[in-house]
Each structure stands twice: as structure tokens, then as C-alpha cells.
Design a protein around this ligand. Structure first.
Ligand code: ZN
Ligand code: ZN
Length: 367
């Protein structure tokens, strides 16, 4: 085990990440040191590097990772599910640690809403102990209270990283909150990782038809080649929302509209477009607005008149991460997740981030 690890550090917004080295501390009781094998780059990392959320710097970015146990702190003998844990085991972990004591954690039972959540790669400083607190690094110090999962039988590191945080995010929003009914016609707005993952969960939930409205065309082609979605519309080719609405309605039973609309775009104006495409008495989940991109005009009359159920979902908790891990073998068997991944070296992290902004589905750093 080396005594130091390299990581990609965000020192200032709008500036390239810089490779820096830090000492790997010995784990305190309850902590675990993991050697990182693969780290995923997420659209949120791009927004964070531009200062779109209030985060501290310097910071090792990265909240999606898979690795192996390098050292166990005193008292750590099993993973979050109770499986025995030993040095060398392949593991992954949830990016956030909720406090487990506040109103939101205890009374509401919604750990994603905890106001003092610590999140690896987002609010853990590089200049404070234990420094190695982000995924874009060769090692990470998993603090006591982290939810660590030994990879279940049949789950590989590649499968875990292929959808990254979009997988459990979609599991929370689509499986846990929205709930697909077998036979549903589902409209997915957006063809990034969250849209792809949401569409996969719509399929697994028994949707009869999964309409994907997103772009660019390369992402839709990738979805089509994997068998994700049943119909695809490129918003960069069909730029008129009225034309897109007509396309969607034509593909729903009796032209009544989608039973379920899953917004996975991050573009505020998509919300009204989704409401217009939903059927009367239908459901709409707003999942894609993870960073604050501002207000948008909507017509609330649509909600009342159609008797729409409007839903929201924020990030994911330990339970959702486990739920997603348990679905990965089925996703791999049905869709094949490998085509989602493009590999880079840690040194090429800035290129990887630029490529993601340019449409690469899931850049993955290989340590
Ligand atoms: Zn993410
Ligand atoms: Zn809490």
C-alpha cells in the first residue's frame, strides 16, 4: 500500500483541475481506506467546476467511484448490508453521509433531505483532514458512518460506474417515488445518463412504450443500440415544441398523452413541455433540475385541468443505492452497460470533463 495518493483538485472555479498528492492517513475507528479503481465523471462535476453550487475549494472532485478495501479502521468488520468486509474486497459507497439525527433523517425518514449531509467530492475540503475525500483520486478516506457496499455477486466495477450517480438517482425517482405501472406509456425527456437510467427503469418496471425526447443524436443512437427506449426524437433536429408534442401524442394510446412523464433534462423550459405531453390524471416527475438554472414560465392551469400529479426527487440515499446495485445484473443482461463508458487516465481529467460537456455519455477515470 503506497503512503501517498494523487488526486485531481479544483482550486478555483473555471480553472482546470490540478493533479496534487496527499498522504494517506491511517484509518480512525469506524473509517475505511479504499483504493479507487474507477471514478465516474458526472454532469454535476462540470457545473461544480463552474461554481454553480456553493462549494468549498480546494476540493478533490468526484462522487462516483468503485475500488477495493486497502485498510479497515478498528471496529469495521462488515459492510452496510452486514456482509463481512476484508482488505482486498471490491466495494463502492454512497457519496453522502446523512447525520441520522435531524428532523429530516428521523421524523421524515428522508435522509437525502438532511441539511448537514457530508458529500464526497462536493463539500469536503482538500486542505482539511483527511484530505482524500473525492473520487478523482487514487485513494479515498471513507469516514465513519459511510455506507459501504461490497459488490454483490454478479456485479462488476464497470457495471457500477457505467451509470454512476444517475443510476441510484433514477432508482429513487422512478422506482421509489413515481412507480411505473406495467403497460404504461412513458415519456423520458433528456438523453444524458439520468435520462438513460430513467428509461431503463421504465423498461424494467414494465412500460409498454418508452419515448425518448432528447439529444444530441449520438446519445439517442447509443440508447437505441442498447435497446433503451422504443421511440427517439432529437430535439436539435425538431426544435419546435409543438411538433415534439404532436410526435409524442401520436405514440400514446388514443393520442391522450403519456401516462408518466420523466423530466431528466436540467432545462427549466422542459417542465411545461412535459406537462403538455402528459395525459389527464397522469404523473410527472421533475428529476433533472439538480442545479438551479433559474425560473421558467409554466401554466398552472395545465396541472389543475389535467389533474396532474407533480412529483420531485432529490439525489439518493443508502437504500436507493442498494436498490440500484441489486438491479445491475438485470440491466447488464437486458441492455449491456459497457457502451456507456469512455476511459481516461487521471492525468487527462480535464480532457475527460471537456468531452463530457461535448456529449460523451460517461467518462471514467481509470486509476
Ligand atoms: Zn452526479
Ligand atoms: Zn440529518
Amino acid at each position: 500500500m503506497p503512503t501517498t495518493a494523487r488526486g485531481a483538485v479544483l482550486r478555483a472555479f473555471h480553472e482546470p483541475l490540478e493533479i496534487a498528492e496527499a498522504e494517506i492517513p491511517a484509518p480512525e475507528p469506524g473509517a475505511v481506506i479504499a483504493r479507487i479503481g474507477l471514478a465516474g465523471i458526472c454532469g454535476t462535476d462540470i457545473h461544480l467546476s463552474h461554481g454553480n453550487l456553493p462549494i468549498p475549494t480546494p476540493l478533490i472532485l468526484g462522487h462516483e467511484a468503485v475500488g477495493t478495501v486497502a485498510a479497515l479502521g478498528e471496529g469495521v468488520t462488515e459492510d452496510f448490508t452486514g456482509a463481512p468486509l476484508a482488505v482486498g474486497d471490491a466495494i463502492t459507497w454512497t457519496s453522502s453521509i446523512s447525520c441520522g439525527r435531524c428532523h429530516w433523517c428521523v421524523v421524515e425518514g428522508e435522509r437525502t433531505l438532511c441539511e448537514t449531509r457530508r458529500v464526497y467530492g462536493i463539500n469536503q475540503r482538500f486542505d482539511a483532514f483527511p484530505r482524500l475525500s473525492g473520487g478523482f483520486a487514487e485513494a479515498i478516506y471513507l469516514q465513519p458512518g459511510s455506507a459501504i457496499f461490497k459488490l454483490p455477486e454478479g456485479v462488476t466495477p464497470d457495471m457500477v460506474i457505467a451509470l454512476g450517480c444517475a443510476g441510484p438517482t433514477a432508482y429513487h425517482g422512478v422506482v421509489d417515488i413515481t412507480k411505473i405501472t406495467p403497460g404504461d406509456t412513458v415519456l423520458v425527456q433528456g438523453a444524458g445518463p439520468v435520462g438513460i437510467a430513467a428509461a431503463m427503469y421504465a423498461h424494467l418496471g414494465g412500460a409498454a412504450r418508452v419515448l425518448m425526447v432528447g439529444g444530441p443524436q449520438a446519445r439517442l443512437d447509443l440508447a437505441r443500440s442498447m435497446g433503451v427506449g422504443t421511440d427517439w426524437l432529437d430535439i436539435f433536429t425538431v426544435t419546435d415544441p409543438a411538433e415534439r408534442l404532436a410526435w409524442t401524442l401520436e405514440r400514446t394510446p388514443f393520442g391522450r398523452g403519456a401516462d408518466v412523464v420523466l423530466e431528466c433534462t436540467g432545462v427549466p423550459s422542459a417542465v411545461q413541455e412535459g406537462m403538455d405531453a402528459a395525459r389527464r390524471n397522469g404523473k410527472m416527475l421533475v428529476l433533472g433540475q439538480y442545479t438551479d438554472r433559474g425560473a421558467t414560465p409554466i401554466n398552472p392551469h395545465t396541472i389543475t385541468k389535467k389533474q396532474l400529479t407533480m412529483l420531485g426527487s432529490w439525489a439518493f440515499s443508502e437504500r436507493h443505492y442498494l436498490g440500484h446495485l441489486r438491479n445491475l445484473p438485470a440491466m447488464q443482461a437486458r441492455f449491456g452497460l459497457d457502451p456507456l463508458i469512455t476511459r481516461y487516465r487521471l492525468e487527462d481529467v480535464n480532457q475527460a470533463m471537456a468531452d463530457m460537456a461535448g456529449g460523451v455519455m460517461k467518462p471514467v477515470l481509470v486509476m
